[in-house]
Ligand binder design. Structure first.
Ligand code: ATP
Ligand code: ZN
Length: 291
């Protein structure tokens, strides 16, 4: 039995696609804890919070019922379970799409073509909402896994299943037809936890850290030296740089420039900066950005 000891409880996926990034996010928030994929319960040493490791499917309901105050889970599961929870933040990982696909050789070309057909899925709630919204009548074949083989077994004419964002490969001879839901990992809570002052304060503190880590994600801190005369040119090269920090150096006419830069454009930008006169370019990781 887990004590109701006034500490926050956050439910994360025990072992699966969201586990590593959820643990990393909490560590990036400065939380110290030991995590093992076998354990149920990991107390945090330097924050009044305990981690509960659960199957992702159970997380929305446990948060709704107050067994956990917070949870990290895909929006797809929250929607499917129709959980009464509040979303505090989108976390930017675990991106996927719930998609309807048909066999390559199928004559179904549009969602209208799904009328009267059989669609296999592990997401009957979301799929039936989608069909209702689009005024389509179709048979939902509810499965608990391996949905992609349903057309081959002739138990369905189409499937509605999750695909990682950016997956373009044709899966199992299937052709994507329509995206029903785009999902990513989300941080959820319940009304009751937000109403308890002590818990609300802890949640607010944690949220500041979470948004700081999310802000810092994919960003680097860049420093370089340059002749003062090159600054206007350098400013046009560095994207998203409204106002760099410019510090004079001891050497006459030279300055140091500091700025935050997105890591995916860094190499490109770095070459241009060098050409424009920058030297001694240093790039360091950023842990958090509190605005
Ligand atoms: P559990 O044992 O906890 O029930 P699971 O097998 O149901 O795990 P995973 O496959 O680990 O779940 O997926 C967890 C979540 O990761 C999904 O609910 C979804 O939000 C997200 N996700 C991201 N990409 C994919 C993908 N390609 N396929 C399935 N889920 C994905
Ligand atoms: Zn699951």
């Amino acid at each position: 039995m887990i004590a109701n000891n006034g500490r926050l409880k956050i439910a994360i996926q025990k072992s699966g696609r969201l586990t590593d990034e959820s643990v990393n996010l909490l560590r990036a928030c400065g939380l110290e804890f030991e995590f093992s994929k076998q354990g149920l319960y990991s107390p945090c040493k330097n924050f009044d919070l305990d981690l509960l490791s659960l199957r992702d499917d159970d997380i929305p309901e446990y948060v709704q019922d107050g067994v956990a105050d917070l949870g990290i889970v895909g929006e797809n599961i929250v929607r499917e379970k129709r959980a009464r929870v509040e979303t505090l933040a989108q976390l930017g990982y675990g991106s996927c799409r719930l998609m309807i696909s048909v066999p390559q050789r199928s004559s179904i070309r549009t969602i209208q073509g799904l009328r009267g057909k059989r669609i296999a899925t592990t997401y009957p709630v979301i799929l039936s909402q989608f069909l209702r919204t689009n005024r389509l009548k179709a048979d939902i074949v509810e499965l608990s896994g391996s949905v992609e083989i349903a057309p081959t077994l002739d138990v369905a004419d189409a499937i509605c299943d999750l695909l990682s964002t950016g997956t373009t490969a044709r899966m199992n001879g299937l052709r994507p037809l329509h995206t029903v839901l785009e999902s990513e990992a989300t941080l959820i809570t319940n009304k009751k936890s937000l109403q308890e002052k002590r818990k609300k304060d802890l949640i607010d503190r944690l949220l500041i850290r979470v948004s700081g880590s999310l802000q810092a994600r994919g960003k680097r801190y860049m420093m370089m030296n340059a002749p003062a005369s090159a600054v206007p040119r350098l400013k046009t090269i560095i994207p998203s740089l409204k106002s760099p920090t410019v510090v004079p150096l001891a050497e006459e006419g030279m300055v140091a420039l500091h700025s935050v830069i997105a890591e995916d454009v860094f190499w490109d930008v770095m070459e241009k900066l060098k050409k424009a006169g920058a030297s001694d370019i240093i790039v360091v990781p950023i842990e958090t950005i509190i605005q």
